[in-house]
Every structure is written in structure tokens, then in C-alpha cells.
Design a protein around this ligand. Structure first.
Ligand code: FAD
Ligand code: UDP
Length: 400
């Protein structure tokens, strides 16, 4: 993998088949496939000084492996995505567990039978009893539209306020009633005592970290990597047949229709001179009076043995790098306008969480990139059909 510096002159370079903007999951998977699968010459750029996008991990000064952009837990039900990534990494089994601080106690979230028993001094001993208890608290909502509706319908007002309202207001700067139902629907309600955050069939972490996995993925002579470089700096300097853009779609079009809202976070990383800080990988703080949403301790996730430990506090923020597209109808409508513009713009394809404005997990982004590759590959086999120039909905549904 030849690596260029931002100051290297590109003018003398041979042209590339593909210029890919963004070396996160979306851009890196596609770069690997195009280079190794089709023999394409790819220039992969990122404005950050590292590969991996938001999944980037590295050793901090104390020697603990941390995730620079908050805890990343890999989980999926898609075997083909596991098979693909397994070409570049071995895995370490890890099932994420999360506790929420509510009424001075640390209780499991997603809400399960243990949560109910602990909070209310109950002795519910079966799924049926817990189901009945929840049914007695739930307030039926006719049409479930918002993130508030989902939770109230399942557990009622009181549990909604304890676990969801404050956390969501902090995380998104919006009330749950202003967010699509898809946001809080990510968190189930359980009547059993399963306290895992996810129930996917595959829950494992890259054994030597995400960055190492990306390094192996990009280790190909046809891939040239250029870090610390914004697309704007090279767009007129690099000859390329096709552009794959994994940055924010509104930025690509110079915010022509206005800014697409993205939510940001400030990460406070701390190294602590103690072996353990908390009982589980992540502890959530739904109380609105606490300025952060959650604290994560990496050694639970990575299994690293070390005399010190490192944790990250997440402070939601309106300013800063775009981390989360904000799922609500007006934003979807604005994105649609950009998507139509993208469809009408030849030579560029948008991909990934920022490029397609979708609240995707890592596995979904890998699926989206593999689906796009499949379409490119098929188009190559039938030369009369031009390669796709814009994402279509079938790619997104295939990624699921
Ligand atoms: P990104 O990783 O954002 O990569 C896009 C890259 O493009 C960036 O590196 C950016 O610097 C670069 N870029 C943008 N614009 C330009 C430009 N103009 N020029 C050059 N480069 C540019 N998913 C899970 O599955 N499990 C989790 O536990 C999980 N936890 C998360 C926790 C947090 C706090 C966050 C924010 C996300 C989490 N995710 C998790 C989601 C996961 O990070 C994303 O699904 C995944 O990283 C998206 O990959 P991507 O390539 O689409 O985007
Ligand atoms: N959520 C909440 N309380 C919690 C956990 C989650 O209100 O204790 C809501 C909140 O709106 C959050 C969403 O559910 O943004 C999705 O949570 P998840 O942990 O999946 O968020 P992510 O890891 O993507 O930040």
C-alpha cells in the first residue's frame, strides 16, 4: 500500500480508476474490493491523520487500547459480512453489557426482569409475570410514530422518563417526541433476564483492534493512501474515472439546499491509575442533570490485561465532527433532495453513514459497501450497462 504525504505532488501521478473519499468502513471496504477483486487502481483519501474512520483505535500513553471516537462493539446477524471481514482479522468473543444509573442504582439496560425487580423491589420470577407487570404500566399508543411513542407503548410514562427521556434529550438535543421511532426502537424491552445489549448471532471484536484490521484490508499494491487531505484539496489534482464519496453529502454539494443536521459528541478520554473503573463495558447516565450520556471502559471490550485502565465520557454537542445523522421527517425530506441531486450527478456515488445519511451500524455499512461492489462488478461483466453513478434503495435494503 503506497502511502503519499499531503504535500506530495499528485500531478505527475498516473490517473486512478477510483478516487475514494473517507477511509472508514465504507471507503476501505470498497477500496479493498475494487483493488483486489477487479484490479482497479484506487486512491483512498481521508482528512483525518488515520484510517478506520470512527472505528479507529490506538494505544494511549498508558498503553491501553482505546477507541478514539467512543466504544465500537461489532455485532451482526450477517454471516457473509463476518466471512468478508475475517479475511483481515481474527476475533475475540465479546458480549456487551450496559448498566444505567437510575434512582441511585446501576440496573441493566435494555430494561429486563432484573431491572424491574431491582427498581421496584419486586420478585418477578418468570417471563409471564414480567410481561403482565409491563402490560400494567404500558400506555397503548394507537399509531407509533416517534421515539417517545415506542417506549411509552412498551413500558409506560415512568420508565420512559427514568431511562429514555433525559438520555435522548441529551444525546440528540431533541425530545424523543421529535425523533423517528427508529431511534429508541434500537433498544428492546425484555421480560427475561438476558442482560446483553445485543442479541445478534455474531458478537466479537477484532482480536488486534479495528485499526489493525483496516491496515490489513488496505495492504494492496493497487491502493494508494493519502491522509490529512480533504477532498477539496485534491479534487482538481487527481485524474480519476469515478468518485466514491463517504463524507457528508450536503458538504459535497456545498450545502446547496441548506445543512443536513448531524449530531456531534465531545469525547473525554481519561487514563486512571487503577485496574478497573466500572463493572461493565458501558454505564449510561440518563439523568439530564449529568452532562455526559455514558462512560465506557475499554478493557472490558478488548480483554486487555493492564495495571491501569482507560475510559471515555461522551458529551453530546451540536458543534464538531458529524457523527450521527438525526432521524426525523424533515431531515429525511432534505436528504431526499440531496439524493435526487446525487442521482443527477454523473461520476460520483455516495456511500456510508454520512454519504447516505443513515444511522447505520458498522456491519450495515460493510453490507452497503459490498452491495455496491457487487453492482459495479456485475456492470463490468456487461460492458453495455454503465456503472452505477448514484446509490439506489436496493443497495440499502441489501445492506440490511
Ligand atoms: P466514517 O467512519 O465516519 O468514515 C468517514 C470518513 O470520511 C471519516 O474518516 C472522515 O474523516 C472522512 N471524510 C469525510 N469528509 C471528507 C472529506 N471532505 N475529505 C476527506 N475525508 C473526508 N457501530 C457499531 O456497529 N457498533 C457500535 O458499537 C458503534 N458505536 C458507535 C459509537 C459512536 C460514538 C459513533 C459515533 C458511532 C458508532 N457506531 C457503531 C457506528 C460506526 O461508527 C459507523 O457505522 C461506521 O464507522 C461508519 O463508517 P463510514 O465509513 O460510513 O463513516
Ligand atoms: N437510549 C436511551 N437510554 C439509554 C440507551 C439508549 O434513551 O439508556 C436511546 C437514545 O435515544 C439513544 C438510542 O436509544 O440515542 C439508541 O441507543 P444506542 O445505544 O443504540 O446508541 P448509539 O450506541 O448508536 O449511540
Amino acid at each position: 500500500m503506497p502511502t503519499l504525504n499531503a504535500n506530495d505532488r499528485l500531478e505527475g501521478e498516473r490517473g486512478f480508476d477510483y478516487l475514494i473519499v473517507g477511509a472508514g468502513f465504507a471507503g476501505s471496504v470498497l477500496a479493498e474490493r475494487l483493488a483486489a477483486g477487479l484490479g482497479k487502481r484506487v486512491l483512498l483519501i481521508d482528512r483525518r491523520p488515520h484510517i478506520g474512520g470512527n472505528a479507529y483505535d490506538h494505544h494511549d500513553e498508558a498503553g491501553v487500547l482505546i477507541h478514539r471516537y467512543g466504544p465500537h462493539i461489532f455485532h451482526t446477524n450477517a454471516q457473509r459480512i463476518v466471512d468478508y471481514l475475517s479475511r483481515f482479522t481474527e476475533w475475540r468473543p465479546y458480549e456487551h453489557r450496559v448498566l444505567a444509573v437510575v434512582d441511585g442504582q446501576q440496573v441493566p439496560i435494555p430494561i429486563n426482569r432484573t431491572t424491574l425487580n431491582a427498581l421496584y423491589g419486586l420478585a418477578l420470577s418468570s417471563d409471564e409475570e414480567a410481561e403482565q407487570y409491563l402490560a400494567s404500566r404500558a400506555e397503548r399508543v394507537e399509531t407509533i410514530r416517534t421515539s417517545e411513542d415506542v417506549v411509552i407503548n412498551q413500558v409506560g410514562q415512568e420508565l420512559y422518563e427514568k431511562f429514555f427521556r433525559g438520555y435522548t434529550r441529551k444525546q440528540w438535543g431533541l425530545d424523543p417526541s421529535q425523533l423517528d421511532k427508529s431511534v429508541t426502537s434500537r433498544i428492546p424491552t425484555r421480560t427475561n433476564t438476558d442482560d446483553r445489549y445485543f442479541t445478534d448471532s455474531f458478537q466479537q471484536i477484532p482480536l488486534h483492534g479495528y485499526t489493525r484490521m483496516f491496515e490489513r484490508m488496505l495492504d494492496h499494491p493497487n491502493i494508494t493512501l493519502l491522509l490529512d487531505t480533504d477532498y477539496r484539496e485534491v479534487r482538481h489534482r487527481v485524474e480519476h474515472e469515478h468518485l466514491i464519496y463517504c463524507g457528508p453529502i450536503d458538504e459535497y454539494f456545498d450545502f446547496r439546499f441548506g445543512k443536513l443536521p448531524y449530531r456531534s459528541l465531545r469525547f473525554e478520554h481519561k487514563s486512571l491509575d487503577q485496574e478497573r473503573f466500572q463493572a461493565v463495558g458501558t454505564v449510561n447516565y440518563p439523568d439530564e442533570a449529568v452532562p455526559y450520556t455514558r462512560i465506557s471502559e475499554y478493557k472490558h471490550i478488548t480483554g486487555q490485561q493492564h495495571p491501569t485502565t482507560s475510559v471515555t465520557y461522551e458529551y453530546p454537542s451540536a458543534e464538531g465532527d458529524p457523527y450521527y445523522p438525526i432521524p426525523r421527517p424533515e431531515n429525511a425530506a432534505l436528504y431526499k433532495r440531496y439524493q435526487q441531486l446525487a442521482d443527477a450527478t454523473p461520476g460520483v456515488t455516495f456511500l456510508g453513514r454520512l454519504g447516505t445519511y443513515k444511522y447505520y451500524n458498522m456491519d450495515q455499512v460493510v453490507g452497503q459497501a459490498l452491495a455496491l461492489y457487487q453492482r459495479i462488478e456485475e456492470a463490468q461483466r456487461q460492458p453495455v450497462v454503465p456503472p452505477p453513478t448514484a446509490p439506489d434503495d436496493s443497495l440499502v435494503s441489501q445492506a440490511r
